[in-house]
Design a protein around this ligand. Structure first.
Ligand code: GLN
Length: 318
């Protein structure tokens, strides 16, 4: 059991006690937000669930609630595909997408017209689709997905991570907005691959299923300057890890990124499956999950849980 040196705010509580209290509070909450209803498979998920997992660079992992329950990581996968793209093509990624907060919803199309089809950042849908385009390199979606999945398994140090085909097909069947974004970017000559193949790869990437514990472990490389200290593997350079964290802080919650920085104060990435991955640099990788979303599309109780955790541990970057 971890003792006090980790904490500034609470001398006497252990991390496990804090997580148990947070899970109890969340489980008792009646204001749980609304599950994503534009993807039928996600609309069917029971909103009365909450999980949290904290992975430390020492290898210790602390869980509370349903931290082993698999859920659809959705846009959290965009952190992994960006990391992969930076590894494959380096700074050329920034020819495809920008690095500025959008201040618009995750699936917005309006900025694209003004900015000639170049998405503001890699975490809005248009940006993530452009990132997948940059890593396809003429390969079939199957090969690209195998590469993404292998990478996620590698950073999570867990070969059981898999894609939920039903979620991917559900998105494909209802993905008019994402198809519009892809076609709109293509109209500016910005897409290099067949759009159906590109979207297929994007939907499958978003449909990776993970538990809070798996997700928290997968973020460890962003805690310790690009190195997963548990496995000893250097995933990215320390400069790149810092830069990915900065993008998560500025853009990871779309038009809710300012609010998340204000309330939580950590780099974070949300997904419409209700998960959030948050990084406390030098301290911990944290994953929370609760399927109900706020009006922006970020987990309502997940955000609240992180806010409470940061208050009790002092883990803000500010
Ligand atoms: N914010 C999200 O998690 C959105 C991802 C989802 N797959 C979509 O394309 O709409």
């Amino acid at each position: 059991m971890i003792k006090t040196p980790l904490f500034l705010a609470t001398e006497t509580l252990t991390l496990q006690t804090i997580l148990n209290e947070i899970a109890d509070t969340m489980n008792a909450s009646t204001e749980r937000g609304t599950v994503a209803n534009y993807i039928p498979e996600l609309a069917a998920v029971d909103p009365n669930q909450f999980g949290i997992s904290v992975a430390l660079p020492t290898g210790e992992v602390f869980n509370a609630g349903c931290a082993q329950q698999l859920f659809s990581i959705q846009s959290i996968s965009k952190v992994f595909s960006l990391t992969l793209a930076l590894g494959k093509i380096g700074d050329a990624v920034w020819n495809k997408v920008g690095r500025e907060p959008s201040g618009d919803p995750f699936n917005s199309i309006v900025q694209l017209e003004h900015e000639h089809g170049k998405p503001r950042n890699p975490f809005i849908n248009a940006g993530a689709i452009a990132v997948v385009d940059s890593i396809m390199m003429g390969h079939e979606p199957k090969e690209v997905l195998a590469e993404i999945l292998q990478f996620v398994r590698y950073i999570a140090n867990d070969n059981s991570v898999a894609i939920d085909e039903k979620v991917a097909l559900s998105e494909l069947a209802t993905g008019h907005r994402n198809a519009s974004l892809a076609h709109f970017m293509a109209s500016f000559g910005r897409i290099e691959h067949d759009i159906n193949k590109l979207l297929g790869a994007y939907y499958h990437q978003c449909s990776i299923s993970m538990s809070c514990e798996q997700l928290a472990k997968s973020g460890l490389f962003l805690v310790s300057d690009g190195v997963n200290r548990v496995t000893g593997k250097q995933i990215v350079s320390s400069q790149r890890a810092r830069r990915i964290n900065s993008l998560m802080l500025m853009c990871g919650h779309y038009d809710g990124s300012g609010e998340f920085a204000y309330r939580v104060g950590l780099p974070g990435k949300s997904g419409v499956g209700g998960g959030i991955l948050a990084i406390a640099p030098g301290k911990a990788s944290i994953a929370v999950w609760s399927p109900g979303l706020d009006t922006i599309g970020n987990s309502k109780l997940g955000t609240l849980a992180l806010e409470l955790l940061v208050q009790r541990t002092g883990w803000s970057v500010f």
